[in-house]
Design a protein around this ligand. Sequence first.
Ligand code: SAH
Ligand code: SF4
Length: 365
Amino acid sequence: MIDGSPQRSLFDLTFDGLEQALTVAGLRPAHARTFWRALYRAAPGDLRARRDFLPPLRRWIEENAHVAGGWSAALPEVAADTRSSDGLTRKFLLRLADGHAVETVLMGYPGRFTACLSTQVGCAMGCVFCATGQAGFARHLRAGEIVAQVVHAQRALRAAGDDSALRNLVLMGMGEPLHNYDAVLRALAIVTDTRGLNLGPSRITISTVGVAPGIRRLAAENQPFHLAVSLHGASDEERGALVPVNHRWPLAELLDACRFYQQTTARKIFFEWTLIARANDSPAHARRLAALLAGFDAHVNLIPLNATVGFTADAASSATTAEFQRILRAAGLPSTVRQRRGLDVAAGCGQLRAERDWRVTAAPA
Ligand code: SAH
Ligand code: SF4
């Protein structure tokens, strides 16, 4: 891009949007299908050099390639690419067009990969144990910046010669997805489009700190994704000490929204509980959590606390965790202890903050 307005990202466009951009320029809508496939299915390469594109489409790409205000298929620059010592987790630091950076984590499982996506630069929710929250909020990501993380992850797998496909997405990286609702849902519509990336909606999980109006909206729109709600406390006092937005949407309001979600969608809800030694890991806590979720079709994800600079507490011991889980099971509440991954490269839950501190490049507040 030269001077003037920045280029617009093709990854911001839905299929219909791309079709419209092409028809406005006088092209036939049929070009959109070929172009969309190339964007999302083909190996990376210069789009201008593609032989399967007819001349009008090639001309359109040529005209837009390097002009201010034109459309670009550029992906964020990879500022760092770190692998955990067990080789199963890979963390990318991606530099966005305005200099901010976000992290995307790729986790390998037998035969498949899961990408953990960021939805904002930083986070405004301020959960005390989370590195992203400790660093504050810079800005929302655009839909195209979320889509680009998926495209990048898929290309990185391909470049590494890995046959296993990117199957699952979790919106559990930097940021609060429901604080950036429109861009997040637009990005998910793009990555699930069957003509392109074609990721299955039932393999995508939106994790929220508990933005009650956003949960209601997901339900009202019958969005086909999994919902995970971060709880961490079963009373307003205990939850509020860890998750400040509990003051805005207290437990009663949050659980009302969850009830509405479940009644409307009939979908199971995942509840996340980061286990912190002596703060929320006792048998009494487990019983209170079970009571709180009575009547829900729920699954609890127990997350061992990961270390962050701004929060000194220990993870619950494995004996305490097992006892916690036993109490939930006895109350009929299924749970899973999340595997700890990528800790040696600070890619675990709550550890993402884009190590080369993004605030250095942020505009003054
Ligand atoms: N903002 C969303 C999604 C990103 S955080 C949310 O809060 O749900 C993803 C998960 O990591 C959340 O359940 C969050 O509570 C958890 N988490 C944050 N910091 C953590 C830490 N230090 N150790 C373990 N889990 C953490
Ligand atoms: Fe934001 Fe989630 Fe971290 Fe809370 S846990 S500060 S909502 S990213």
